[in-house]
Design a protein around this ligand. Sequence first.
Ligand code: AHM
Ligand code: MG
Length: 339
Amino acid sequence: MTRPLGITVSRHIMDSQRLHPAATGDLTGLLNELIVAAKTISAEVNMAGLADILGMSGKTNIQGEHVQKLDEFANNTIKRRMARCGYLCAMTSEEEADIIPVVEGYEGKYTLAFDPMDGSSNIDVNVSIGTIFSIHRRLSPDGGPGDESDLLQRGRRQVAAGYIIYGSSTMLVFTTGAGVQGFTLDPSVGEFFLSHPDIRIPDKSKYFSINEGNYHYWQEPVRRYLHYLKEEDKATGRPYNGRYIGSMVADFHRNLIAGGVFLYPRDSKNPTKTYGKLRLLYEAAPLAFLAEQAGGRAVTDDGREILDIEPEGLHQRVPVIVGNAHDVDIFLEFMAEKR
Ligand code: AHM
Ligand code: MG
């Protein structure tokens, strides 16, 4: 069987590093460790049904090992591998209330915020899920453990961000601030190969993605915007098609590749969700960085650029509107009652 003669992700990262003669190789090392974690999780996701692990936390598997739920498995895989990679000083995860320290003696100069298994409601039903990550340079002096302030940095200061989508194939999509690159995992050789170089979000949108079940809980301008997207107007390519998976990674990925806008605005359903559902540090900010790098835009429903929000807490939530820049602009015109 012939193997693809493509560019591996490690090759690509090393080549990019060469363009920065002052680079120490730490970010390269960090990304490479994260990629190993991603491959481990991907293998587990693919075995999920067979290994009978879904939703059976606390039981033992056929080898007599403790069986973990997939989101627990993903969290532990990243946490354990990255805690002694030597490049991080602190981490935060959607699965953990507190800051995650790294192993003493292994402190490095970066921080990692991650959502180990995004789209968790889709795990048990064989629908695409993903892992999201965001990397910052620490603010505290190098050496010794990092603290919360190292993690509470604006998205604009990210040095790298991306996601791994476990779909019909496993893909890694990331940016280090020089465009967005997409790699597809060839499971037979265990390597990610460059399959989507320099991703740009299409100028013409096809899709909108929003949980329409929340229609009656939205603000009025959001409802009017949705109505607008469904109107017929050949010149602007409307109506758009509605597509909603319920895994932000998967919804974002489709719109990034095929063109569209994703929305999770605030709603009145639940007082704790007044300011949105999605988390700033490891959901909204990394995808906003990718969107901007691909020529798109990401804002809150009150018009703040996601990348400029000063984080107040590790698990802070924000409303998110992300995708094609023109679609986002029009959304904001509706919110400002200009339409
Ligand atoms: P999770 O990280 O617990 O899976 O929650 C985040 C997910 C996103 O992936 C998705 O966009 C959203 O929640 C879906 O929410 P809803 O079911 O309210 O539409
Ligand atoms: Mg999530």
